[in-house]
Each structure stands twice: as structure tokens, then as C-alpha cells.
Design a protein around this ligand. Structure first.
Ligand SMILES: Cc1ncc(COP(=O)(O)O)c(C=O)c1O
Length: 390
């Protein structure tokens, strides 16, 4: 049998950003060695257990038989709560502009497939979020990389403008950024560029609530002229430690939201209702528990960043997200060499910066949403690894 696969899937490979996770699992299974896990984009350990009121709301829905199809873009009270959350960010939102998706990733997937035609160009931050690129290519569209300038990984606005062509349709912004936790600055100037060149924007704001030191997350969608050309994507995964619930949202102008609603209904029908009710409890219930988690995350961030700098790996304090992004060039290795070396010889799993694009060279990504003992053990192992290279 020849050519059984659709052309759009020719570039499919196992996700690059999870390569370390796959290898760490295999090593643990094969050798039984304890790997320190800094590679996951997730919470680990007892500092981040799911609050009881979310569990109760979800379980009660199952118990009470709220377990049927509910085709549509989301249950009304949840869409209302999301609209209010968006208004707090300065983007007034009506309920019919809200779509509840199966995670931010699903929101990104639906949005890209809804907007892109073959040959369209999409300006994509480098480093950026690899699944976006997978779906851009699936559509036959072209990712055009806008280099983010280390160490603060901001857009070089002149470089960005220079890659815009008449085929450019969309700009992807990701703030607070991954893999480095920086807040995207110059939103006004970015908006000017989008208006001048008639670009749409996807604003991926999955770490909107994981911001430290009094810094504030800002959305380009709050700029009045941008409201109708920006699609905001967010998630319950990071703010509410609900990664396994697989639920997020898209906020878009009504004419785009209507298309997305059809896309959603014709693909997954709806996000499971008990899961949506868990999300509603998260958004509308007590918030102190999440504030506590954020305070713990900040302490962990400071602990990890201090340890990395002490061993000679220059690391900025990230103003957002739960990732440290140390500069590893002093080791004399490339990002992927250092990642392999740490994993194979010291049992520490990190992600090579290049998993997110060529501009990630010279860096690795490390998650600090893990137990303190894990941070200490991992840093002790890394200090030995770095010392051995000197
Ligand atoms: C930039 C970015 N967008 C989207 C997602 C997907 O989030 P979700 O868990 O809601 O699918 C992630 C996950 O880490 C991410 O880093």
C-alpha cells in the first residue's frame, strides 16, 4: 500500500519538547535509576494538589448524572465566568465570544485550522511553542520565524517587520513566554505593526496568572483596535493546576467564535460537562489556595535560579511561568549535548532550548514546579556535572 497518509501529516514526528520525558521514562524503566525531573511542563508533588472544591464539583456532576452529551461551545455559566476573567484583563468580552476547548492546545489547533490556507505565512516566535508549527504546516501554511533576542527574549521589532510579506496573515504572541518565562513587551508597537500590515494575532496567554514580583500580565487584545483581530487562548492547566483536566478557552470576535464552535461540535462535540463544572468551581471559587501555590512557586523559582547562578550557569529570574532558562554556553556544550550529558551521566532531565527553535541554542529549560527536595537534589547533581567540565 502506498501513500496511505494525508500530505498534511508528512512532517509528523514525536513531539520534540517531550523527547527528554520519553528518554527519562525509558532510562528509569531500564536501569531503575532515579531521574530528577525538571523536564515536564507540569506540576509535581504535594505543593500543588488539586483543591477540594474543584474535586467536589467535578465528582458531584458525575454522581448526579451530568454525564451526557452537551453539544456546543461550553456551558453558559462557565462561558460567563471566562468572559468576566477576560474583562479583568481589559478585554470586554461577551459570552458568545467564548469557546471552552479541550486545553489551550486544542484551542490553538482549532484556531489555526480555521484561519489558515495553503501558502499563508504565520510569524512564529523563535523560540516558540512547537505544536503551533505542526498545525501551521498541516494547513500548508508557512511558519516564518521571528527571532526573540536573548537574554530577555523580546521581539526584534525591525526584524519582525522585515519578514512580513503580503502573504503574512497571522502573528503568534506567547506571553508570559515559554520556554523562558519572559513577558512580551512593546505590545503597543506590536499592535501598530499588526494594524499597518492587517495581521491577525493569536495571543497564547497560558501563564497569564503565573506572574511574580508585582509584574502584570498584559494582553494585546486589551488594545481597542486589536480586539477584533486578536484570538486569545488560555487554559485551566497552569493557573488552577488542572493540567490533566484538559480544558482551556478561546476568546475571539463573534464571527470567528461561531466558526470555532462548529469546529468544536463537529470534532469533540463538547468538553466533558463534569470537567467544565470543575473549571467553573476553579474560576468562581476561593482563590487564596492558588495565591498560596503562586507564593510557593516564587520561592522555588528563587531557589532554582540562585542555585544555577551559583554553579556558573547564568540565569535570569523569570517574571512569569514556572520555567528557568539557564544559559549553558559556559559548559562548552550545545544545548542538546548538555541535555544528554545531564540525563545519561547524572540522571537529571531538562529540555534542550533547541526543542523550541534555533534561538533556544545555548539554553535549557527547567521546571521549578516540583518538590523542594527535587530542586536541591537536581541542582547538586548539576553542580557536579558542571564542575566536571571545568
Ligand atoms: C505556550 C503553550 N501553549 C499551550 C499549551 C497547552 O496547554 P493546555 O494544557 O491547556 O493544552 C502549553 C502547554 O504547556 C504551552 O506551553
Amino acid at each position: 500500500m502506498k501513500n496511505i497518509f494525508a500530505k498534511g501529516t508528512e512532517h509528523f514526528v514525536q513531539p520534540k519538547q517531550w523527547e527528554s520525558m520519553r528518554k527519562a521514562k525509558a532510562l528509569e524503566a531500564k536501569l531503575g535509576t532515579k531521574i530528577v525531573h525538571f523536564e515536564k511542563g507540569d506540576y509535581a508533588g504535594n505543593d500543588f494538589t488539586l483543591p477540594g472544591h474543584i474535586i467536589e464539583a467535578t465528582v458531584a456532576a458525575v454522581r448526579e448524572g451530568d454525564v451526557r452529551y452537551d453539544p456546543g461551545p461550553g456551558i453558559p455559566p462557565l462561558r460567563e465566568a471566562i468572559a468576566k476573567e477576560m474583562a479583568k484583563r481589559g478585554r470586554e468580552t461577551s459570552v458568545d465570544e467564548v469557546i471552552v476547548s479541550a486545553g489551550a492546545k486544542h484551542g490553538l489547533f482549532m484556531t489555526l485550522l480555521t484561519l489558515l490556507n495553503p501558502g499563508d505565512e504565520v510569524i512564529f516566535p523563535n523560540p516558540g511553542y512547537p505544536p503551533d508549527e505542526v498545525w501551521i504546516r498541516y494547513c500548508g501554511a508557512v511558519p516564518v520565524y521571528a527571532p526573540l533576542k536573548p537574554p530577555t527574549f523580546q521581539f526584534d521589532l525591525d526584524a519582525l517587520e522585515s519578514v512580513i510579506t503580503p502573504k503574512t496573515k497571522l502573528l503568534i504572541i506567547n506571553s508570559p513566554q515559554r520556554p523562558n518565562g519572559q513577558l512580551v513587551k512593546d505590545l503597543d508597537r506590536l499592535a501598530e505593526i499588526c494594524l499597518k500590515h492587517d495581521l491577525l494575532v493569536i495571543s497564547d496567554e497560558i501563564f497569564s496568572n503565573i506572574v511574580y514580583d508585582g509584574e502584570k500580565h498584559e494582553t494585546i487584545a486589551a488594545i481597542p483596535e486589536m480586539k477584533d483581530r486578536t484570538i486569545v487562548i488560555d487554559t485551566f492547566s497552569k493557573t488552577y493546576t488542572m493540567t490533566g483536566f484538559r480544558m482551556g478557552w478561546v476568546v475571539a470576535p463573534v464571527h470567528i467564535a461561531e466558526k470555532l464552535s462548529v469546529f468544536l461540535q463537529d470534532s469533540i462535540t463538547n468538553v466533558s460537562v463534569p470537567i467544565q463544572l470543575g473549571g467553573l468551581a476553579a474560576l468562581t471559587g476561593p482563590q487564596e489556595v492558588f495565591e498560596g501555590m503562586r507564593s510557593r512557586l516564587k520561592v522555588k523559582r528563587d531557589r532554582m535560579v540562585a542555585g544555577l547562578n551559583e554553579m556558573g550557569l547564568k540565569t535570569l529570574l523569570p517574571p512569569g511561568s514556572f520555567y528557568a532558562f539557564p544559559d549553558i554556553t559556559s559548559t562548552g556544550m550545545t544545548s542538546s549535548q548538555f541535555t544528554e550529558y545531564l540525563m545519561n551521566e547524572f540522571g537529571v532531565a531538562v529540555v534542550s532550548g533547541t526543542a523550541f527553535g534555533s534561538q533556544g541554542e545555548g539554553y535549557v529549560r527547567m521546571t521549578f514546579a516540583v518538590p523542594d527536595e527535587e530542586i536541591d537534589e537536581g541542582l547538586a547533581r548539576m553542580a557536579k556535572a558542571v564542575a566536571r567540565l571545568k
